[in-house]
Design a protein around this ligand. Structure first.
Ligand SMILES: NC(=O)c1ccc[n+]([C@@H]2O[C@H](COP(=O)([O-])OP(=O)(O)OC[C@H]3O[C@@H](n4cnc5c(N)ncnc54)[C@H](O)[C@@H]3O)[C@@H](O)[C@H]2O)c1
Length: 276
């Protein structure tokens, strides 16, 4: 059985809230994954930084090393089972075990009109975004079950909650991730392993760069994010902070949840923008 509540430590370990934690962050070459790998390392974790883009993930690891952190770069495709098995084994070999995995890598799939979307396009978006998250859980959870503790997080999206924040396959993949963390948390009933997702709103990263570039060209950059009550877009560090919390023992009673980090976007019905 899982540890009784009285035995779960809620105090941050000395040296950072992730001190000594053995972790994996995928999509660590850019955006949310890079910010999270850096945050995890800054909080004292050992980080296996995974991305399919070699130079980018090596740059993340260099930044972490320069800041005095502990990280290893691994090039892998999160949607390929042999690669996932490989990077999970590599983390165990390098760090002696695994305490937290952040399955964050994803692709947007672009905005293709519904009638023009192909099965191959859907398969690729689902393979990376949804099957990638499944594979991380499948290969990390058994190790965590043995130690009766562990935290797995996935990046879903507000696009998985409602329409108009991404293409059809992207939104469906993210709705799938939200369901996956609920069902996986329950598949891991009684083991002490937690599974959660973060649903970011609009964050400035490599994925959203075209939106920001277009807005800058048109001079409408200031308007990005005005649909949420904080009236601004988010930055990757604001997601990384929540990821570090969920990976840590401070989140010891948070399980099976998809937490929106979106400035309040998903809290509203459509509304007329107030004049300012
Ligand atoms: N940026 C946003 O506004 C936003 C909002 C909601 C959710 N998300 C999600 O956040 C996650 C991170 O995206 P981001 O915004 O930081 O984008 P990003 O493009 O800046 O970073 C994604 C990283 O994932 C890597 N990647 C893509 N496919 C991969 C694969 N098959 N194997 C290994 N690595 C792969 C890319 O090389 C890249 O480094 C994604 O799951 C995305 O869907 C982003």
């Amino acid at each position: 059985m899982a540890k009784p509540a009285s035995e779960v430590s809620r105090e941050a370990a000395p040296g950072g809230r992730l001190a000594g934690k053995r972790t994996i962050v995928t999509g660590a070459g850019s955006g949310i994954g890079r910010a999270s790998a850096k945050k995890f390392a800054a909080e004292g974790a050992m980080v296996l930084a995974v991305d399919r883009a070699k130079a980018a993930v090596e740059a993340t690891v260099d930044e972490i090393a320069r800041a005095g952190g502990n990280a290893i770069a691994v090039v892998a495709d999160v949607g390929a089972e042999a690669d996932v098995e490989g990077f999970v084994s590599r983390a165990v070999e390098a760090f002696g075990g695994l305490d937290a995995v952040y399955a964050n890598a994803g692709i947007s799939g672009g905005l293709v009109p519904l009638a023009e979307q192909t099965v191959e396009h859907w398969q690729e978006v689902l393979r990376v975004n949804l099957i990638g998250a499944f594979l991380a859980i499948k290969h990390a959870a058994p190790l965590m079950v043995k130690q009766r503790a562990g935290s797995i997080l996935c990046t879903a999206s507000v696009a998985g909650l409602r329409a108009n924040a991404g293409g059809n396959p992207y939104s469906a993949s993210k709705a799938g991730v939200i369901s996956l963390v609920q069902t996986a948390a329950n598949s891991l009933y009684g083991t002490g392993v937690r599974v959660n997702a973060i649903c970011p709103g609009l964050i400035e990263t490599g994925m959203t760069e075209p939106i920001f570039e277009r807005a800058r060209e048109r001079g409408t950059h200031e308007k990005i994010g005005q649909l949420n009550p904080l009236t601004r877009y988010g930055n990757p560090e604001e997601i990384a902070a929540v990821a570090a919390f969920l990976a840590s023992d401070e989140a010891s009673y948070v399980n099976g949840q998809a937490i929106a980090v979106d400035g309040g976007l998903s809290s509203t019905h459509p509304f007329p923008l107030p004049r300012r």
